[in-house]
Design a protein around this ligand. Structure first.
Ligand SMILES: Nc1ncnc2c1ncn2[C@@H]1O[C@H](COP(=O)(O)OP(=O)(O)O)[C@@H](O)[C@H]1O
Ligand SMILES: [Mg+2]
Length: 336
């Protein structure tokens, strides 16, 4: 991983540890997030994302380590830190008897926007978040998904220095998801720094300037999307095999690629990170030929963040495997 210098860190963490009984939910996490950037924390269910955000947003005291928001220590001075940060999820207590629009406008006023500005921003946010049709209904009639979106709208109307968005698009339909991406990018253009968590590789790829991949409470790799992809070499060679002969394939192909070969049990694919160009593919072909193995299929493709995730995460999911609601960027797991 290339050394990365953060010249103006607005959010830092050093050696953060959170334990729940025997479980270490966050395990010595270090972070430095550049002011004005979007940092994506990418990981499966149970990886420790929410727990880490709760520490950074002053809602949970870590068992070890320290963290700062806008230079303020979140453990020593949580009250002051809170004035500088925003967190989606904090408006769970919306007023059931008011409409969605009224709720968001009211929160805009709490953030000291003028009445007019609050109205305009509310209209804009509700539109992009896909809540226009329901905007004038009482919140008491909202479904769970609508409440989540309303919560996000409420957290987006202020313009805090640092905004924490915990899985802002999980369970949200693809169209509203793109609207939310736009809103997040707007927020950053307005000067806010964003730390968002996601289970979707595509989301991290689209939004994040830097990405930390987290699993079992540890950040296991970190970099820009391009850097992470580059660690995979220029090409991924996928060899579809008969799983009954997996050992023979692995023996035959040992050392052929550039990095660690992984196996996708669902699709019976051996994934070999390799150098770009025909030579790597020929080497795979020759190795298989020598071992007299004829695979079902061979394909090559450019590495995606999905490949990075498969290569760097452990083969046991932190918790239950994530179940993406729309089949996008599925959290497939490699077994070695
Ligand atoms: N309050 C809690 N008490 C006990 N265990 C918890 C608590 N909160 C989270 N955990 C456990 O800590 C781990 C990390 O959880 P979490 O931070 O919610 O992960 P993520 O947000 O990445 O899905 C999980 O194994 C989860 O079950
Ligand atoms: Mg979570």
């Amino acid at each position: 991983m290339p050394d990365h210098v953060v010249t103006d860190p607005i959010l830092t963490a050093e050696g953060i540890v959170v334990r729940f009984g025997d479980l270490t939910a966050v395990d010595r996490v270090d972070l430095a997030v550049q002011r004005g950037s979007i940092y994506g924390l990418l990981g499966p269910n149970g990886a420790g994302k929410t727990t880490l955000i709760r520490v950074l947003a002053t809602l949970l005291k870590p068992d070890a380590g320290r963290a700062t928001v806008a230079g303020i220590d979140v453990v020593e001075d949580p009250g002051l830190a809170r004035t500088r940060l925003g967190l989606a999820g904090q408006f769970a207590a919306v007023d059931e008897y008011q409409t969605g629009r009224e709720n968001v406008q009211m929160i805009g006023r709490l953030y000291r926007l003028s009445a007019r500005e609050s109205r305009q921003r509310t209209d804009d946010i509700l539109e992009r978040i896909g809540l226009v049709d329901a905007a004038d209904r009482r919140v008491g009639t909202y479904s769970g998904g609508m409440r989540r979106r309303l919560d996000l709208a409420a957290s987006l109307i202020g313009r805090p220095e640092v905004m924490f968005l915990d899985e802002p698009t999980t369970g949200i339909d693809p169209r509203s998801r793109v609207g939310i991406w736009d809103l997040v990018q707007d927020l950053v253009r307005g000067g806010t720094t964003v730390l968002l968590t996601t289970q979707y590789l595509e989301e991290a790829d689209v939004l994040a300037d830097r990405i930390g991949v987290i699993d079992h409470g540890r950040i296991i790799t970190e970099g820009t999307a391009d850097e992470l992809k580059a660690t995979m070499g220029g090409t991924i060679i996928e060899v579809e095999i008969d799983p009954a002969h997996r050992d023979e394939y692995e023996t035959a192909l040992a050392g052929v690629g550039e990095g660690e070969t992984t196996f996708d049990e669902q699709r019976n694919l051996l994934r070999i990170p390799a150098r770009e160009g025909a030579e790597s593919l020929l080497a795979v072909g020759r190795a298989l030929d020598r071992a007299e193995l004829v695979p079902v299929d061979i394909e090559t493709h450019k590495p995606t963040l999905d490949d990075v995730f498969l290569a760097v995460t452990d083969d046991t999911p932190s918790d239950d495997a994530p179940a993406p609601s729309d089949g996008q960027a599925p959290g497939r797991k490699a077994r070695r």
